[in-house]
Ligand binder design. Sequence first.
Ligand code: HEM
Length: 359
Amino acid sequence: MWVAAHANSVSQVFAERSCRVRPVAEPVPAVLDRRPAGEIFSHLVRMIDGDRHDQPKLALQRALSSISESEVITRSTQTAEFELPTILDPDALTAWVYETPVAVVADLLGLPTDDRSAIARDVRDFVLCLSSLSTPDQLENANAAALRLRSQLQDALGAIQRNSDSLVSRVLASAQNVCWTDNASIIANLVGLLSQTYEATAGLIGNSIVALVSHPRLLGEVRSRVDGWQQLVHETSRYESPVQNTRRFVVELTTVGGVDLKPGAAILLVLAAANRDANANPDPERFLLDRADRRVFTFSRGPHACPGEAIARSIAASALSVLERRLDRPALDQLAWEWKPSQNGRLPLFHDGNATRTA
Ligand code: HEM
């Protein structure tokens, strides 16, 4: 596998239409083929290229960008208040970090959120189908979760007249505008909004807390600025990227950084390394709230650029500003964490220094 780790080479690969998101011979991982999770996977804009990608992507992008920042802030603030943990209870903190973002997006979609833990559990189980580290049992759970999520989103589509301002309604309206009519594909991509949110946005919140623990003066700096939480989240997305890497597969002879890449070649794009390339961000090892012209690769670039970046950053900053009243130096100093085993995520699981936990 080729590795692109500099800002320039990562940008070039992202811009190349001949570098695809899946190997041509295996559009859906063999273990998921003809299973419920595989059915959803086969439609996700994240996992397809070309015309099948561009039209749904445009619809999703338009629907997501039609939600105002103030609406995201209001819903995130309300959601974050629910079971707000103390920093001295690392299990509760971990649960809150992982459940809050997906509950906000479920709420935006118009799904009932009275049992937010159940939604978070289903999304957690479903995303395991995306990892080749998953066991057969985890894949079975992913299939069961895929069926439950699909049925919830189907119900939400059916209830659309009654809740016309929801993200589900907005996606449907944008889909009609771009003639995206395949119902199975629309439902799969609504599930995709939950799965794309889940770990990455939890990682952004969790890594912002890690930054506060690791840089003793940071909490004071954040509190002294009007845009402190937004800047903390933005610099965290660069410095400790929750998504460390992504992949591309070459379909036509392509040259990147003077290297000829043959059809069939695979490329690992190390987003976390590009974020710390001094040519993109001078003095890259310093965590700077007021970093000028910050260049962040965490949300991808080019045709597959993340359409949820603004929402993700807003959810994270709002959730952290709610957590603020529970933050103080002595409590932060007691917090420990381990990194969740993952091929591409940098995701903290908090503990008190003695125990290990899973999310
Ligand atoms: C911190 C949080 C997030 C991070 C770091 C993140 C990162 C990414 C990255 C790296 C990709 C593209 C991967 C590639 O090019 O190979 C992506 C795609 C995507 N993300 Fe996000 N994302 C986040 C949150 C969200 C949220 C909240 C949503 C929606 C509500 C979302 C929706 C999507 C969708 C639909 C795609 C597929 C786009 C396409 O392939 O054209 N993401 N995200």
